[in-house]
Design a protein around this ligand. Structure first.
Ligand SMILES: [Zn+2]
Length: 281
């Protein structure tokens, strides 16, 4: 575990014992959370707060140098870590925030309903709008600076999915039967455009990270599959060095494409990319 995470030695020791690993986890299941809370004599929220420096250690922030960590907690007391990820080139808007990273991490693990989000800094307006897309946003508790807030307190007079008539806001991704690449694209949450898009990072024949498109009613806090993929790679303790190629899978009737975004990144990182449409014609 890296130097900036050495301060909380009791936490590090307990984690290494419970997980039988020295690697920082990107999630804790219910049993692991329970064992750690017993070992450290703390609540789940206190555990999440203590783990924030570990979450922030996954950050890649070459532009801002501001490392943000966030941890989403679900009803089963599972913890999902997230950190900000910034593209090294291009506009400043090419960044995924820690809250988005933690929420995608939770959704990709088929988390139960999220109950809490713990962050090492106040959530920006962009993230508040993104969180508002969650089906249970009104019940979510958000904790930062040693204070807990009911999410609606943080976004009064909000604009949300209901305003555009969406009856099933962001909850679980349909991944139960997902096995082929198009299945992961079909799991995209895009009630406003119906766009289906998934990206994969391959090492040899093995998928080492994947992402799909998550949309927001206000569009700008929508999740770019590319940034989500890179965030997932980092959370899996991997880097571009581990990637042999990228794949993008999109429905042939999509109204817009992420091809250019991935192509730019593939050229920048000198990795090959393959673009597939489905269903094949
Ligand atoms: Zn943010």
């Amino acid at each position: 575990m890296s130097e900036n995470t050495q301060a909380d030695l009791p936490l590090i020791t307990a984690l290494q014992t419970v997980l039988a690993s020295k690697q920082i986890p990107n999630m804790l299941n219910s049993q692991q959370t329970k064992a750690l809370c017993n070992s450290l004599n703390c609540t789940t929220i206190e555990l999440a707060e203590r783990m924030l420096p570990l979450a922030a250690s996954f950050s890649f922030a070459p532009k801002s140098d501001f490392k943000v960590g966030a941890i989403a907690i679900d009803k089963q007391q599972q913890l999902f870590l997230g950190a900000n990820y910034e593209l090294e080139y291009g506009p400043l808007s090419g960044s995924l925030h820690a809250e988005q990273s933690a929420i995608f991490n939770a959704l990709s693990h088929q988390a139960d309903e999220l109950t809490d989000l713990v962050i090492n800094a106040a959530p920006c307006g962009y993230c508040r709008q993104f969180i508002n897309e969650l089906a249970n946003a009104n019940q979510l508790k958000v904790r930062f600076n040693q204070q807990s807030y009911d999410f609606p307190q943080l976004l009064p007079q909000s604009f949300g999915p209901n305003d555009l008539g969406v009856k099933t806001p962001l909850a679980k991704l349909e991944l139960n039967a997902a096995s082929q690449a198009p299945d992961f694209a079909k799991a995209s949450y895009a009630p406003y455009t119906q766009v289906q898009s998934a990206m994969f990072a391959y090492q040899g024949d093995k998928v080492i990270a994947w992402s799909c498109y998550l949309e927001n009613v206000a569009f700008n806090p929508s999740l770019s599959p590319l940034l989500t993929l890179l965030s997932q790679l980092t959370l899996n303790h991997l880097s571009l060095n581990n990637v042999d190629r990228f794949e993008l899978w999109e429905h042939k009737d999509n109204r817009f494409s992420f091809k250019q975004e991935l192509q730019n990144f593939a050229e920048h990182s000198q990795k090959p990319m393959v673009h597939h449409y489905y269903p094949s014609t």
